[in-house]
Structure formats: C-alpha cells, structure tokens
Design a protein around this ligand. Sequence first.
Ligand code: C2O
Length: 345
Amino acid sequence: IVTNLLTCGNATLPPHALPPFYCCPPMTTAEPINFTFPDPSEPLRVRRPAHAVGAEYMAKYERVIALMKALPHSDPRSFYQVANIHCAYCTTSYRQANPKLGVQIHFSWLFFTFHRAHLYFFERIAAKLLGEPEFALPFWSWDVPEGMRMPVEFANSSSVLYDPIRNPSHAPPKLVDLDFLGPEKNFTDEQQIQHNLRVMYKQMIGNAALPSLFHGQPYRAGQNDMPGAGTVELAPHNTVHTWTGDITLPNVENMGDYYSAGRDPIFYPHHNNIDRLWQAWRDAGVARGYRGHVDFTDPDWLDSSFLFYNEDARLVRITVRDVLDTEKLRYTHAGVGMPWLDAKP
Ligand code: C2O
C-alpha cells in the first residue's frame, strides 16, 4: 500500500460526525522527498512515562500543544493538520491505484508502523517548535499499575491538554479498564489492576505468538481495507480510545472514533505507549524465547509507505522498513517494566 497526495479526497465519516469534515493535508506541487534517517550522532531522545516525568516536563508537552495550536491551519505542522493526518489515513480519504479501493491503516498490518511514523514526525515538529532538539514525547503507560490513571495534567480544565469531549467519569483517580467495551466493571482498584495485567498478558503473549496475530493481517495493494486487526490494536488500543471518549456521543468523540481521535492531546502519549509495546513484544520474544515475536519480512509490508510533513514543512515519503529500528530513528523508551509478563490468567 502506498499513498499519493493527489489521490486524497473526501473522508468517509460516521453519521453525526463533528467538524472539520475534510482531512487531507495541504497540497504541495513539490514531489515528496524520500525519508532519510537522522544523523546517528544525534542524541537519543528518551521517551519517559507521563506519571513519572514531573510537572515541569508535562508543562513542556503542554507548551508543544499550545505552539502547534497557535500555527495557522494552513501550516502542515499545526495541531489542526497533525490531527488531520490521522483522520486522512483512517477514513479512506486516500485512494489506492484502483480508486474504488480506499486506504485505511487500522485493522491491518500497517497499524503499528503508521502510528510510529506519525509520532516520529509529531515529536520532531514539537522539538523544533520548542527549540529543544532533545525533546521526547512522554508516554501514558496504562499497562503498569503506576500509570493506570489518566495523567492528571490532562484533566486540568484550564490546560490545553484538557479535552472537554471526553468521558468525565474517567478523569483521575479512576483506573483505566483495558478491555472497556461500555459497561463499567465496578471493580475495586486492586481488582482492576489485576484484571488489566491479565488483559495485557493475553494480548501481548497468550494470543500474540505470530506477527500476523500481533501486527494484524496482511493488507496489500488491490485488496479491501480492514483485513483484520492484531491483538493489541483491539485491546488495549481500541478500548482505551473508547474509555477516554465521551460515551454519550454517537461516535464516542474525540478519542473514541478514528476521524476525531487525534484532536485530543492525549492521543499522542496513548500511541506512544502502543509504540513502546511493539518493542516490548519483540523484547519479550528474546527474553522468553518466543520465536514468533518477530516482524514480517514480506516486501509488501516493508515497501508500504506513508506521507507526512516534517518539521521543516517538507513532504516526506516514509516506508515501513524505515521505522523498524527506533535507535536509527534516534529515540528509545525508558523502562517501566513488563509486570504483566507473568500475569497468566
Ligand atoms: Cu489510529 Cu489509536 O488510532
């Protein structure tokens, strides 16, 4: 699957969607440049958990969102456009070479790779706007007990990190429910923690022994979209989206629907944890000898590509093979452990 700016058009939105309704990025006549790795001498950005970075660091993330929101909508680095990129890739706004077929990166083997690329550019735009080249995006580590609440900064209604279109009863100190489907479980905190760890074990280990089970099913040019999601995409990924969004709205905006999810500033720390779990799945494979915990080697996967505007507002084509090694992308995640590794139900 490859995308081309000229094939971007109207989004397919659910009934009762909230504006804006058009998700394609700003047009440019310049050909996209091919992605090149950052200089290997660039310091490694260390992405740390939101619950532990401290208020000062979270204030930096707050400043990032304020700076992005202050850019005009026509600027591809504005918050408006950065959120829209996600919408474009999840509403079949892009068409395949056969225009009857749309591009949708969810429910397929493109899930982890698209979002890694999205965060990569988000983080570099953030660093540039802040003027701090080492800025690293915090992650919401909802899979470890210390991170199982929404980080408090997002619940402060006078902060730009606050989104009024959320489920108000899930503000901290409420614990996240990693397989939330709508009904509240009414567990004690201790029960919820144990439940969440078992969900993690099942999705990361028990049911994820092969790349197609973890990443999702193959999705090639000429095929219909949404061939099948991987374990983690279904839960906790989708479930944390739904848990965060406003369940009283028909599409559970903002976080609970693809088209609107990127409008909530918590989307990026949420996906940063998803990104960390991809590495954790590979690490668990090495540590425990799970031989199927390896990425695909299929060229149709490796050669799939996405378009993003970079920190200099240049359009870049990045392939799946470009995003497989985070060290080459010059970032890493600080360790928070994998307490679910032995939470076999
Ligand atoms: Cu692209 Cu969390 O959705």
